[in-house]
Design a protein around this ligand. Structure first.
Ligand code: ADP
Ligand code: MG
Length: 300
């Protein structure tokens, strides 16, 4: 996206609307792209629901259309068919009530961590300075950056930058928060830490969240509901409720419920991966690997 300001405050670049949470219904979305002379169907009859205040995680092989779906929900792209509503109101184009966090950092390099975090509410002018500054102090603490408030993004590690980014997104309290593989590219330990920071923030705010990932442990650790996406053309093939207690603790990763959900999800994703291989795509190799690893884990 060329306009970097657009993903800073809201999908429209304007102030976000407020702290309400929303039910989202996506019904029969389809999207295709012309690639040279060929039309490529990316999403086909894709339907899903996001429950207000819940953390829904979408997982699927790379190239299956996850980012396309996020971009349509954000209003950056338009669907060829289907409908989307937030609390019954149609979603059309970018709006101040949705906010996207991407993998790439969108922190302003010329602002300190503190200035970056309060930028949204400052522009928005919905809350008093005293109120949003108190919230910023709290959020900085929650993401472990209290000591780094006066540092510039270039002085922070990659993990710290993402944490600052999360705090900056959370302070805006959008009706719908969209996260597109926000922790991709981080090393395994930093990624696990990020998941814990994020889950604590979510549990405190309980905003309506759609979180996209291609990592199965991350997906189950975070989710209230897990949506499995098919290979391209993407659609939801299974919805799995994740009945693990909150506040989430990394110990859940060894519980029998967790292992059952992982088994169920990988079974389906593995099947999709094999279909993709049969079609000549290597896009779903991650799931074949995770599926094989799972067999090793259960053998141990
Ligand atoms: P994911 O996020 O699941 O990895 P994407 O939504 O990024 O998948 O992409 C799905 C498919 O759509 C890919 O084959 C990609 O090449 C294609 N695609 C995505 N955006 C565009 C675009 N703007 N123009 C043409 N093809 C696109
Ligand atoms: Mg993507």
């Amino acid at each position: 996206m060329s306009d970097t300001t657009a993903n800073l405050v809201s999908t429209s670049g304007l102030a976000v609307a407020g702290p309400q949470r929303a039910d989202v219904v996506i019904d029969g979305i389809s999207k295709s792209y012309m690639i040279g002379p060929m039309r490529e169907q990316v999403l086909e009859d894709c339907s899903l629901k996001l429950e207000a205040g819940k953390l829904t995680v979408l997982i699927g092989p790379s190239g299956c259309g996850k980012s396309t779906l996020i971009n349509i929900l954000a209003g950056y792209e338009t669907a060829d068919a289907g409908s989307m509503t937030i609390d019954g109101e149609p979603i059309k184009g970018p709006s101040s009530d949705r906010l996207v966090v991407f993998q790439e950092t969108a922190l302003f390099p010329w602002m300190t961590t503190w200035q970056n975090i309060i930028y949204g509410p400052e522009v928005q002018r919905r809350r008093s300075r005293g109120d949003f500054e108190a919230e910023a102090v709290h959020l900085l603490d929650r993401v472990g950056l209290g000591e780094f408030r006066n540092k510039y993004p270039s002085q922070l590690s990659g993990g710290m930058q993402r944490r600052a980014e999360l705090a900056r997104a959370m302070i805006n309290e959008p009706r719908l928060m969209l996260l597109d593989e926000p922790f991709r590219g981080l090393d395994a330990m930093t990624r696990e830490l990020m998941q814990e920071y994020f889950v604590r923030l979510y549990e405190e705010k309980e905003q309506t969240v759609l979180f996209v990932t291609s990592e199965i442990d991350e997906a189950i650790f975070l989710a209230d509901t897990l949506l499995l996406m098919s290979n391209k053309p993407g659609h939801i093939i299974q919805t799995i409720p994740v009945d693990l207690p909150r506040p989430r603790d990394p110990h859940v990763l060894t519980s029998s419920t967790y292992l059952r959900i992982k088994e169920q999800a990988l079974e389906i994703l593995h099947e999709e991966a094999l279909k993709a291989f049969a079609g000549g795509s290597k896009a779903a190799a991650d799931f074949v690997e995770a599926y094989d690893q799972r067999e090793n884990e259960t053998l141990q």
